[in-house]
Write a protein that binds this ligand. Structure first.
Ligand SMILES: *Cc1c(COP(=O)(O)O)cnc(C)c1O
Length: 391
């Protein structure tokens, strides 16, 4: 049977070169980077070189790069760290309704602990309005946290403009750039961001490792107390092998950014056009141009998302729906609802996220199977019968 993986926004396959780069740090170079003997120094050297590479890629200095356990930890640390580190200045935070849960649930936690949070609306393309942002700022605002690109619909926010507004108002600006790394060039100074989250497993690196960029001078509470690692700000023996893997994956991602983007856009547009040509009553969610190269998110009317995913799985296709299965109940995506999609349409949504390992042949396989599956599911749907009757 076919094995077609089109859920690259959820996680990616680790590149072979990345796996190979990590192996020596599990085998002979397993020393603790804090130890002074050779094995320790070897680890320390790999750690330093990895940090330098991350810093160079982001246009930062090495002292501004902190390794974490991934995107969720980076988001938690950035937001709680700034909140608790600056509560003498104010207790107001601005974010959006379409953030990843690592940001949203952190903000909700802070609301239960004395902070006020403004959740900005988005338009039907998933884009925030800069005037809304300006109007939300008050004397108590200490942090703006807005994602660079959305993980469900791929919409890319005007980060540079947001950075400018934050700077003019003397407010810290954090961006969750987890979906953007390896898809867009990043320069933290040009963007005007003070904190930036990234996670290796979204760009063909290992899971459980990420980084937080913290601009020099940003006041931030530590989150994990213990040893003096990460400049006294994040304790725990460094995960050297995974950090080496993160750096290798990042290096590879930016080595061929342009060809990667061209390739994904070609596959993406083939997929979108193929679906639109073959299936009726389908709508593309997200922004037409300001969208991640690998993201396809569609709503298929008169279809139930979960049934669709199960059928796709039976055809060997891994994809994601516009619903989040939380404790057995199916909630439609908060992102699609914030974009104004009605519940029933949000329920029939499908995310296909493409990656470097996908092929044109796989795209065609998905188009063909999706067409058949939708036809079959609609044939069973009484709702669809009524619509057909009306036409
Ligand atoms: C995947 C993801 C995260 C979480 O990262 P982990 O490394 O899985 O904790 C956070 N934000 C966005 C936008 C993501 O896509």
């Amino acid at each position: 049977m076919k094995d077609v993986y089109m859920d690259n926004a959820a996680t990616t396959q680790v590149k072979k070169e990345v796996v190979e780069s990590m192996i020596p740090y599990f085998t002979e170079n397993y020393g603790n980077p804090s130890s002074i003997y050779k094995k320790g120094r070897n680890s320390k050297k790999a750690l330093d070189e990895s940090r330098d590479l991350v810093a160079r890629t982001l246009g930062a200095t090495s002292r501004e790069i902190y390794f974490t356990s991934g995107g969720s930890e980076s988001d938690n640390w950035a937001i709680k760290g700034v909140a608790f580190g600056n509560k003498d200045k104010g207790n107001h935070i601005i974010t959006t309704k379409i953030e990843h849960h690592a940001v949203l649930h952190t903000c909700e936690y802070l609301e239960r602990n004395g902070f006020n949070v403004t959740y900005l609306d988005v338009d039907k393309y998933g884009m925030i309005n800069l005037d809304d942002l300006k109007n939300a700022i008050n004397d108590n605002t200490i942090l703006i946290t807005i994602m660079y690109a959305n993980n469900e619909v791929g919409t890319i926010q005007p980060i540079k403009e947001i950075g400018k507004i934050a700077k003019e108002n003397n407010i810290y600006f954090h961006t969750d750039a987890v979906q953007v790394i390896g898809n867009i060039e990043i320069d933290v100074d040009e963007l005007g961001v003070d904190l930036l989250s990234l996670s290796a497993h979204k760009f063909y690196g290992p899971k459980g490792i990420g980084a937080l960029y913290i601009r020099k001078g940003v006041k931030l509470h530590p989150y994990i107390h213990g040893g003096a690692q990460e400049r006294n700000r994040r304790a725990g023996t460094e995960n050297v092998a995974l950090i080496v893997g993160l750096a290798k994956a990042l290096e590879l991602a930016y080595e061929d950014l342009e060809s990667h983007n061209k390739y994904l856009i070609r596959l993406r547009d083939r997929l979108i056009n193929g679906i639109m040509d073959r299936i009726s009553n389908v709508k593309l969610n997200g922004h037409i141009e300001k969208r991640l190269p690998g993201n396809v998110n569609i709503s298929i009317e008169f279809i139930e998302g979960e049934a669709l995913l199960l059928s796709l799985d039976m055809a060997g296709i891994a994809a994601s729906s516009g619903s989040a299965c939380t404790s057995g109940s199916l909630d439609p995506s908060h992102v699609l609802l914030a974009m104004g999609l009605p519940h029933e349409i949000a329920h029939g949504s499908l995310r296909l996220s493409l990656g470097d390992f996908n092929s044109e042949e796989e795209v065609d396989y998905v188009i063909e199977n999706l067409t058949k599956i939708v036809q079959r599911l609609r044939d069973m749907s009484p709702l669809y019968e009524n619509v057909k009757g009306d036409n």
